[in-house]
Structure formats: C-alpha cells, structure tokens
Design a protein around this ligand. Structure first.
Ligand code: CA
Length: 714
C-alpha cells in the first residue's frame, strides 16, 4: 500500500513539474536528478544528492567498503585549499563522480571526486559589508540539485540556479528585503520542482519565513511567514490569526515593527507519503520576551507562535498543517532550527512514524510526524531552564529563576544561547536505532537591559545587555569557566530515551556527523582531527590530524566502485568567534585552514606543513580615558562588536583580535575603519548609521583598557 502510494505520488509530482509552468523542463532528461531519484536517494550509495543525503535527513550511507575492520587503513587521497579563511560548514553534493560544494562567502567549487581536479568555480560576489548582517560568521551549508541544476542561497539573500556542468548562472532571484538584516546560510531543498529556502537574521530584527521558488525560472510559488506582523485581520491566513493571539502589545505592527524573528535558517525534512514538509523555526526578535511581547505588566506574556517550533507544511501550497512548540515564549535564543530527522521505529509496542530533533533548549524530542503529537522529550545535556516536559501537554515545566525581563539580577542558564546542539548535523544508524548528536555544554549569563530600543541600522537587537557579563581579567576564573565547557558525541537511543554511549571531546563545537553501514560514525573535531568511531559502542578506531578545527559534516560516496570519505575542514561559526572559541577549553589555539580533505583505503597522502600562527604581541597604548568613557565603550562594544570580535574583546583565531590592532593607538586610523568603512570589502562595514564618532572612540578606549588588563594578566 505504502509503496503504491509513493509510486503514484511520484508520477503525479512529475506530471505537475512538467505541466505547471510555461517553460517545460524535464529533470530526468536533464542530468537525471528528478523526484524519483530524490525519493530513492537512500539506496543510491554512490552519490550524495541532497543536503541530508535523503529527504528523511538521516545522513546514513549504505556503503560498507570502509568498515570497522579496515578503517585504520584510511588515508588522504587528495585535498584542495579554499580561497576563504572563515567558517566552513558545507555538506558537499556528489553526483556521477563529481563533487560540488559551497564555502564561506557563498562561493561554489566543483571537482572530479576521484582525482581532485578542479572543474569550475563560482563566486556570487557577496558584498563584504554583508558580514555585519550575519550573526554567526559568513558561512554557507550547501546546495540542492534538480535536473542539471544546482541551487545556492547567498549570504545577501539571493537564490541562484547554476548549470551543474559549467557553473554558469541560469537564473537569480532576490528572496529577501536587502535593506534589512536578512541572510541565507542554509542549504535549499528541492521538492517536486520547487526550491525551498528560508533565511536568518532574528538577532537583528526581521520577520522569518520560508518560501518556494520554481526550479525552472526562480519565480516565487508560495511564502510561509512564521510569525504574525501585528495586522492579522479576517483576511489573513487562519494560522497567523491563531498565532497573533499568542503575542501581546503592538511591537510587531508598522514600519518600526520589531520583526518578531522566527527565521527558518536551517532544518527541513520531507515525507512524501504524508506529503508533509517540516521546518524548524528560530528564536524571537528580540530575544527578551519582555520587549517583544510585553503583556500588561511589561514583564512578558504569551507563547509567541510559531517561534521555536517545528511546523508541518504542505509543500505544494505552503499550507499550514500542524506545529509543535519546543520553547513557548522563548527568551534565550532557543531556536528549533536544529536538524530535523525522520525515521520509523517501534515505541511502546507500536510502529511509529517519528520526527526527531535535539534543538538548542537541551531536550531530545520524538514527535509523531503525521500529527505532531508529542511522544517524548528528554534532556540530552544538562538543562536548568526547565525541569522536564509535561507528558500530557508536551509543554516544558519552566524554572522561573531562569526567565528574566527588563530589570533585576542576571541569570545563568544552561544550555546557553549556542544551545546544547547547534546547526551541526546529526546522523542516524538504522541497525543500531541510534541518533548521533554533536552536543556540547556552554551555559550563558543573561543580563537584563533597561530602556532597550531596537536599532534598525546595525548591530544586535536582542534586548539583553551583552556587555554586562564579560569575563573578568582573572586567569584563574577564566580557566574555571573554560573547564566547565564540554563537547560530546552522544549516541542517543530514541526509544530508551537516553544515551547509549558518549564520547567526550576537549571542548565544544565539534563537527557534524556521518554514519555508515560499515559500522562507523565519522566526526571532525574542534581539536583539529577527523575521527572514526565504532557506531555500536563509540570506540575510536581512526584519527587524522587535519591542522584545523572541523565543524562541517563528512560525506561518503563511490567512484568506479571505490569508497571515499570527504570533509570540508575549516574552523569558524558562532562559537569560534566567542570567548573560548579559539582555544577549545583553553588548551590549544584552533586555527582556520580551509581545505577539502578526501580519504580512501590505502592512500598515503600527507598535508603540507601547517602555516605559522600570526604572533602579534599584546602591546597596547596606556589606558588614560575616564571611567565614564570606558563604560560607554563597554556598553556599545557589547551591543555592536562582541558577537564577531568576542565578548570582552578577548579575540579569536578567526577574526582580528582588536586588542592587538595597529589602529588602537590612533584615533584617526580607528575611525577610518569603524566610521569610514575602509575595510568593508573584508566584512567590516561602517557603523556610522548606529554610532557617533565619540561612541566609536569610546569603544577604542574600552578595548585599550581590556588589552592592558589582559597584558597584565599574562
Ligand atoms: Ca539565534
């Protein structure tokens, strides 16, 4: 019955894709990636044709040539250096012996997948100043394929169709209002000839949505907003009218509306039998609910649908079907954009079609994907914001001490804003019935900010004081904080609702995962290795020193019957730009060497010696500014600078360490960067729309003070 339904559906979908638009395009005749091939992706071990390998997003390869028995003989076959040195998060696609991948700055590269011969490259020429619209580095996570085309979302919000053979642009559509701080970092998916893509920007003040574009010509087919805009009348969609009832106040409405957030920046999955597409919805904009949805007492009220929710949508029309909200009234940046994975399994004696997610909030959820019914939700890391999930209602049982509003004491919350798990893909092993989670523990102090106002031009709009919780210049204290950070590979049993085994890493922010029928789980690490573990018990079986932190997930494929494993190495992303991100728990500096690494059995390739780390001494001018100026600089730094240049200006290995900047002692040189924007092509845009020259100089004085403190500490 099921098989019949699927076959009939595919035939129907293909007819639709041919007949629905003026231009006819037969994907099967043009390069062969069509609906049938995407639906059967799991059986096709040779290729990797969709971001999560199949529509279920399982990242499980049926290939078993490389196995627990022989993985020790895995060696480097070829490598390719990238021309960007920022976070590399992409999953390569592999089709018919050719590999296609995206890099930082939304660039695309194509290679012969067996030899590494470069075939073509494409640079969408994203304007450098777009970087300040990106919360979490200028990353890109991958592409989608259909027919002979590849689809790329760019950091500045374009969706581009490329010819897979040449890299030539076929069409290009601007999917966002580019005057606002929208970005695209996620990979599109293609369902029945429609290219689906969302966007990011909830830290800055945007209204989230996901939209479908015709793969033939790039025309928008439908758009699904995840939050109301404050004008919901009788004419608006019922699901948005329902959502509007869960918001309070008038912060959403009008030109100065606060955005609301709810961006759909990563997870999607698709069940063809149910004809449902699932999206993960992000955090509120601003984070602090007391400003976003103030309620009568101004302390925050309402669930604020569909923030932090998993939503099921009809992919042909964008029609709402069901939702499950993981964090009602979210206020901690607890996105539910994390990897959504589908699988079938027996739970309590019943065969269930489940959807699984380990969102930022620290609970591992199992839902019925036909109805959205809550099945289970259990902590996969240490959680203090809630004591559990009520099994009857599916709602979290919140700890009131962790919810702060506009005033009062800060709260230390775990997981923090980076989550217990972020964008890094999980993987599934059907034989073990395990979901592998690249998890971590890094709590965060949330400090209230009185009289907060949104800034429409630049900078974070979160409604908390990011400058208030800098680490003090005390080496012992910093080591204590670093020591509390954990990074783990967790093998989660979704039926037993607990970890079967856990591998501890030196620190957070390790790579996405790949599981294989060879009984292996592959993972790159913040500690600069690519490793293979036994999928059954977590025993480490192989390791390769990659010279750089790896955050992207590996893939595997075959060419002429030979199995390869590939990973795009290159440290970066949100955590890499924070306090400890360059150090992994204060043990060793993590560098960015952006390079594609490809392995096969018996290969013996070696990497060139790693480039030397820049060693710029900490030699700031003396700090002579008044406490008032430094306090002003600290507040402005916290809001406008800290997310890229690290809280407390302590620097990372990815972006310039401002304490070591040659412009620190020269006000004119400093302003030429911060005010005039002379480095905008590198990603450092002018902040003159948001900051006065006096405020910019106060930031300089604050950084001088911080540099002197840290020099004394060292
Ligand atoms: Ca966020």
């Amino acid at each position: 019955m099921r098989k019949f339904a699927r076959t009939a559906l595919v035939a129907g979908l293909m007819a639709l894709s041919l007949g629905s638009c003026g231009e006819s395009y037969d994907p099967a005749a043009n390069g062969g990636i069509d609906g049938a091939r995407l639906l059967n992706a799991q059986a096709d071990g040779a290729n990797w044709i969709s971001y999560g390998r199949n529509y279920e997003e399982q990242r499980f390869s049926p290939l078993a040539q490389i196995s627990t028995e022989n993985v020790g003989k895995l060696g480097l076959e070829w490598s390719a250096d990238m021309d960007t040195a920022r976070g590399q998060e992409a999953t390569p696609l592999v089709m018919d012996g050719k590999m296609y991948l995206t890099t930082a700055w939304s660039k695309v590269k194509a290679y012969d997948a067996a030899t590494g011969e470069p075939l073509w490259s494409f640079d969408p020429e994203v304007p450098g100043e777009t970087a300040v619209k990106a919360c979490c580095d200028v990353v890109n996570r991958g592409m989608a394929a259909w027919g002979d085309r590849l689809f790329l979302g760019t950091l500045d919000g374009r969706l581009i169709a490329l010819d897979r053979d040449t890299g030539d642009v076929i069409w290009e559509t601007v999917t966002v209002d580019q005057t606002k701080s929208y970005t695209i970092t996620g990979a599109p998916r293609v369902i029945d000839g429609k290219v689906i893509i969302g966007n990011g920007g909830a830290e800055f003040g945007v209204r989230g949505y996901v939209a479908a574009y015709d793969a033939v010509d790039g025309e928008e087919v439908w758009r699904f907003y995840t939050v109301p805009d404050g004008t919901e009348g009788e004419d608006s969609d019922a699901y948005l009218q329902d959502a509007a009832k869960t918001w309070s106040g008038d912060t959403l409405a009008g030109e100065d509306g606060i955005g609301g957030g709810g961006t759909v920046w990563d997870a999607m999955a698709y069940d063809a039998d149910l004809d449902l597409m699932y999206i993960g919805v992000g955090n509120g904009s601003p984070w602090n609910r007391a400003y976003r949805s103030p309620g009568e007492d101004g302390k925050g009220e309402g669930d604020n649908l569909y923030l932090s929710s998993i939503v099921a949508i009809r992919p042909s029309t964008g029609e709402y079907v069901w939702h499950y909200q993981t964090t009602p009234g979210e206020t901690w940046d607890f996105t539910a954009t994390q990897h959504i994975m589908l699988a079938d399994m027996e739970i309590d004696g019943r065969e269930r079609q489940v959807l699984m997610q380990a969102p930022k909030n620290g609970f591992f959820y199992v839902l019925d994907r036909a109805t959205g019914e809550f099945i289970s939700g259990d902590p996969y890391v240490t959680v203090n914001w809630a004591t559990g999930i009520d099994p009857e209602t599916g709602r979290p049982i919140e700890n009131p001490e962790t919810r702060i509003d506009k005033t009062g004491q800060p709260a230390t919350v775990t997981p923090g804003a980076l989550g217990g798990h972020n964008w890094h893909p999980m993987a599934y092993h059907p034989g073990e019935n395990l979901v592998y989670i690249p998890a971590f523990e890094a709590g965060m102090v949330y400090s209230p900010q009185e009289n907060w106002k949104p800034d429409r031009a630049r900078g974070f709009n979160i409604g908390f004081d990011l400058g208030a919780s800098d680490l003090p210049p005390d080496l012992g204290f910093r080591k204590q904080v670093a020591g509390s950070l954990r990074g783990m590979l967790i093998a989660w049993d979704p039926v037993a609702k607990k970890a079967r085994w856990t591998v501890e890493h030196p620190g957070p922010w390790n790579g996405g995962l790949l599981a294989t029928a060879g009984g292996l789980v592959f993972q790159g690490t913040a500690g600069s290795d690519l490793k293979a573990f036994n999928a059954a018990d977590g025993t480490e079986l192989w390791s390769f020193a990659a010279q750089t932190g790896i955050v992207a997930p590996p893939v595997t494929y075959t060419v002429d019957g030979e199995q390869y494993v590939a990973v795009l190495a290159g440290w970066g992303g949100a955590y890499a730009l924070t306090v400890d991100g360059g150090l992994i728990a204060n043990k060793a500096p993590v560098r960015n060497v952006s390079r594609l690494l490809v392995f096969k059995l018996g290969a013996e390739g070696e990497l060139p010696p790693p480039p030397a780390l820049a060693d710029i001494p900490l030699d700031p001018p003396p700090s002579r500014a008044t406490p008032e100026v430094i306090a002003l600089g600290k507040a402005k730094y916290g809001r406008y600078c800290s997310v890229c240049h690290a809280p407390g200006a302590v620097g990372s290995t990815v972006l310039p360490d401002l304490r070591r900047s040659g412009t620190l002692g020269n006000k004119g040189a400093w302003l030429s960067v911060v005010h005039d924007g002379i480095l905008q092509d590198n990603g450092m845009a002018s902040f003159k729309a948001s900051l006065t020259k006096d405020e910019m100089d106060a930031i300089r004085e604050y950084v001088i003070k911080r540099a002197n403190e840290d020099k004394a500490m060292e």
